[in-house]
Ligand binder design. Structure first.
Ligand SMILES: [Zn+2]
Length: 178
């Protein structure tokens, strides 16, 4: 079966159901029922891309960020990635206590060392709780499906965001200008 009907920006019925905020799981169920394994794979990729986008948007909303010790001001995520030293693991504190739908989330945090040595954190703090639950729901299923731990999944997502950010030209530099 052609997967043309699954074009994310096309006009098929799946356009209406694939959206991460809505019912992607339903779309996967449909595709699986239809025996379309490539569609299932594409849906999983689309959902993962959405997860990465939502996480990146939230991380970027935390800039500019100032180190409380040396007062260095990180203007954006790109500069932060370049200058700080990555520390593993990232921790999902809600997952640690198996609370996937926390009413008052403790959250998820990722750590880096500032150039002065101070440990800085970017976290899920401030993310709308329903969105956080949706991400947790996805993560819970994915770590099981991939047979990895939550810190390993977070590390993978961190890699994805990092690669995306570093692959883009720095702000203020346009490719259109020769
Ligand atoms: Zn510092």
């Amino acid at each position: 079966m052609s997967a043309g009907w699954l074009e994310p920006h096309g006009k098929s019925i799946f356009h209406w159901v694939w959206n991460f905020q809505q019912y992607p799981i339903l779309a996967i169920v449909f595709a699986r029922e239809l025996g379309d394994t490539s569609a299932v794979r594409r849906l999983r990729q689309m959902i993962e891309a959405d997860v990465v986008r939502l996480m990146r948007e939230h991380l970027e909303s935390q800039f500019p960020k100032v180190c409380p010790t040396c007062h260095f001001r990180y203007e954006d995520l790109r500069q932060y990635i370049f200058i700080t030293e990555r520390i593993e693991p990232s921790v999902c504190y809600d997952a640690e206590i198996e609370d996937w739908t926390p009413r008052q989330p403790i959250g998820t945090a990722t750590y880096s060392n500032c150039r002065c040595g101070t440990t800085l954190a970017l976290s899920s703090h401030g993310m709308p709780v329903l969105r956080l639950w949706a991400l947790y729901h996805w993560a819970r299923g994915e770590k099981k499906r991939r047979g990895i731990t939550m810190p390993e999944l977070l590390s993978y997502l961190r890699d994805q965001i990092r690669q995306q950010v570093l692959a883009e030209p720095p702000k203020g530099e346009s490719k259109d200008i020769p």
